[in-house]
Design a protein around this ligand. Structure first.
Ligand code: PEP
Ligand code: MN
Length: 336
């Protein structure tokens, strides 16, 4: 597989003209794999839910007139049947569907006996086993050409990202299934077009195999996900700006490991921020109930438990103790 694999196209197919204009412009920029959602699982009712089967002939025009391969999302057995009979080249299963084992089983059964490639997005919860389980259902149905897609995880306290990237999930998936291609969807992670380029670069720096990026001929007028779509020209600029370091030289390996370290550091920082937030809430509770801030017994229990848990994971107990003393000190400051 040529790296990076690039898939681009609008969030949703809206009209025949929008599909053809976008696809033609992407083709002109060298994109050969075109995505467009026909059936759109929307988080909240009342949003545009896709044109459905009406759009299948539009995707066939993209195949025949532009020579592109086309991809769409399937969420039910009926979608699978409709897409397969229309000759859609590549299917993807969305984050909400992957989270539902009954839906996955139905889709797997509908796919049984068809040799079509399938992309499986991570589920909306950070559960690697749910993600793997979905792929296992497809594998058991005979699907052999499969790739996983990291599209981030919705979190309660969303700040920078629409769906927070949890790089440790695809990194762990790679560790368990080294030959499974893993793509990244910077559009749905970022939720804003200016985040697409840095997230795409990050995905490549972490060694993932490709990108699926939302691109629309007129993003601000898009019927879904307007804020995160880029024009085909912007997409081309983003792609040209990506640095792809192939090869397995020592410095390349080192760079990859450093990227993983950066991902770990980001995770550590979010966990610390969350811990301090809880500390502040506890502080307010203690204040309201006249409880003193430092509870020595509780502190001792935490430190002892963490030292033991850290040692069990191969960490030096004295190191763990130093870290937790510092964390505790800051927690107390946060409670004042
Ligand atoms: C999509 O790719 O348009 C989509 C709906 O993705 P997700 O399932 O990741 O939200
Ligand atoms: Mn979308």
């Amino acid at each position: 597989m040529a790296r990076p694999l690039l898939i681009a196209g609008p969030c949703s197919a809206e009209t025949e003209a929008q599909v053809m204009t976008t696809a033609r412009a992407l083709r002109g920029e060298g994109i050969t794999l075109f995505r467009a959602g026909l059936w759109k699982p929307r988080t909240r009712p009342g949003s545009f839910e896709g044109v459905g089967e009406v759009g299948l002939p539009w995707l066939q025009r993209v195949q025949h007139e532009l020579g592109m391969k086309v991809a769409t999302e399937v969420a039910t057995a009926a979608h699978v049947e409709a897409a397969l009979s229309a000759g859609i080249d590549l299917l993807w299963i969305g984050a909400r569907t992957v989270a539902n084992p009954f839906a996955m089983q139905d889709i797997a059964e509908a796919l049984s006996g068809h040799d079509v490639p399938v992309l499986v997005k991570n589920p909306v919860s950070p559960d690697i086993n749910l993600w793997i389980g979905a792929m296992q259902r497809l594998y058991a149905a005979g699907i052999r050409r499969m790739a996983a897609v990291h599209r981030g995880i919705p979190t309660y306290e969303q700040q920078t990202y629409r769906n927070t990237p949890l790089w440790q999930l695809p990194i762990e998936l790679r560790r368990r299934f080294p030959t499974l291609p893993i793509l990244v969807d910077p559009s749905h992670i970022g939720g804003k077009r200016e985040l697409v380029a840095p997230l795409a670069q990050r995905a490549l720096d972490l060694g993932f195999d490709g990108l699926i990026i939302e691109s629309h001929c007129c993003p601000e007028k898009a019927w879904s996900d307007a804020a995160q779509q880029v024009t085909p020209q912007e997409l081309a600029t983003i792609v040209k700006g990506l640095r792809l370091r192939q090869g397995t030289s020592e410095s390349e390996d080192l760079r990859l490991m450093r990227s993983e370290i950066d991902a770990c550091d980001e995770a550590l920082l979010s966990t610390l921020a969350r811990r301090m937030q809880i500390s502040r809430e506890i502080g307010a509770y203690k204040h309201a109930h006249g409880i003193s801030i430092v509870q020595q017994e509780r502190y001792n229990t935490i430190v002892e438990r963490c030292c033991a848990a850290g040692e069990a994971q191969g960490l030096d107990a004295a190191f763990v103790r130093r870290i937790f003393e510092t964390i505790h000190e800051e927690s107390v400051n946060q409670q004042e």
